[in-house]
Design a protein around this ligand. Structure first.
Ligand SMILES: C[S@@+](CC[C@H](N)C(=O)[O-])C[C@H]1O[C@@H](n2cnc3c(N)ncnc32)[C@H](O)[C@@H]1O
Length: 302
């Protein structure tokens, strides 16, 4: 299947460029290539003497990037960003100058009805960034104990109706296995009491987010990446993390608190301006934190 052109708009692009201060000749890792928006800006900034390494778990993002960014100083790798050291080893690169992690989901993935990320997709509730690895969410919701499901929905989705939703899932799947994203979204909606006024977000948003975080082990990947990146950044090198969820933002905030490793360049999280939110509503919940590496930690520690 062909990936087609990207519809994703990069968030906080001006702020990322300001805090990363990318100069010609630098080596930069974009750990979340997505639609390639940030990568393109990085490639323009490093110029022909520099290099950007565009990583994504999603094979379609890599395929699209290779087409849309052809001719630019970019190398691509289909990998988890927690494996940045292995990606750099394969390219015979020791350390880099800048890293960006813009975590979560791209608009391209959301729009792809085969992936199950959107509430109205008839396709299976898959929710994996890399559809060739791990367990799709539909299988997880059909097999997990309701208590475990409720814990996931509560912890990763901060959904207060998690137990009701898990009970509804358990009853529904006794009749017929859950399969499509649309049917699952309807099931979730039916388990949540009607709210007045109606909520700003779709009532199934938190449950979808929780399952996505679980099937992709998103928090674990970010935690490992934050530990390993210092082993492959040059001293003074910079890491930017854009997150869309309080648990992810907390991981970045806590990692940057270690002043033996990081000097934070952002005081609090940098958020989108009203103008950006009006232009790109996805940016509403984005939080950017940037830090510079105080002293390189030995690669062996990675
Ligand atoms: C918000 S989008 C990135 C958008 C990108 N910055 C742009 O400007 O188009 C997030 C991307 O990160 C990828 N992703 C999420 N977790 C990942 C991980 N642990 N390793 C590699 N890629 C990941 C997703 O597949 C998705 O394509």
């Amino acid at each position: 299947m062909s990936a087609g052109a990207s519809i994703h708009t990069p968030v906080l692009a001006a702020e990322v460029m300001r805090f990363l201060d990318i100069r010609p000749g630098m080596r930069v890792v974009d750990g979340t290539l997505g639609g390639g928006g940030h990568t393109r800006l990085f490639a323009d900034a490093v110029g022909p003497d520099g290099l950007v390494i565009g990583i994504d778990r999603d094979p379609l993002a890599i395929e699209r990037g290779a087409t849309e960014l052809a001719g630019l100083p970019v190398r691509f790798a289909q990998a988890n960003f927690r494996d940045i050291p292995e990606v750099l080893d394969a390219l015979a690169i020791d350390r880099v100058d800048r890293v960006l992690l813009d975590v979560g989901l791209s608009s391209d993935q959301l729009a792809d009805h085969n992936r199950g990320f959107s509430f109205d997709s008839e396709g299976p509730l898959d929710l994996r960034f890399d559809p060739t690895e791990g367990e799709p969410a539909w299988r997880l919701v059909n097999r997990m104990r309701p208590e475990t499901l409720a814990d996931i929905i509560y912890e990763f989705g901060e959904e207060r109706f998690s137990r009701r939703i898990a009970r509804r899932i358990a009853t529904a799947r006794e009749k017929e296995p859950i399969r499509s994203a649309r049917d699952f979204a309807r099931l979730v909606v039916s388990a949540i009491p009607r709210q007045h006024p109606p909520p700003r977000i779709h009532p199934a948003t938190r449950t979808f987010q929780a399952l996505r975080i679980a099937v992709n082990e998103e928090l674990k990947s970010l935690r490992i990446a934050l530990e390993r990146i210092p082993t492959r950044l040059n001293p003074g090198g910079r890491l930017a993390v854009i997150s869309f969820h309080s648990l992810e933002d907390r991981l970045a905030k806590e990692a940057f608190r270690n002043r033996q490793v990081w000097e934070p360049l952002t005081r609090g999280p940098v958020e989108a301006t009203d103008e950006e939110i009006a232009r790109n509503p996805r940016s509403r919940s984005a939080k950017l934190r940037v830090a510079s590496l105080v002293a390189a930690t030995p690669a062996a520690a990675g």
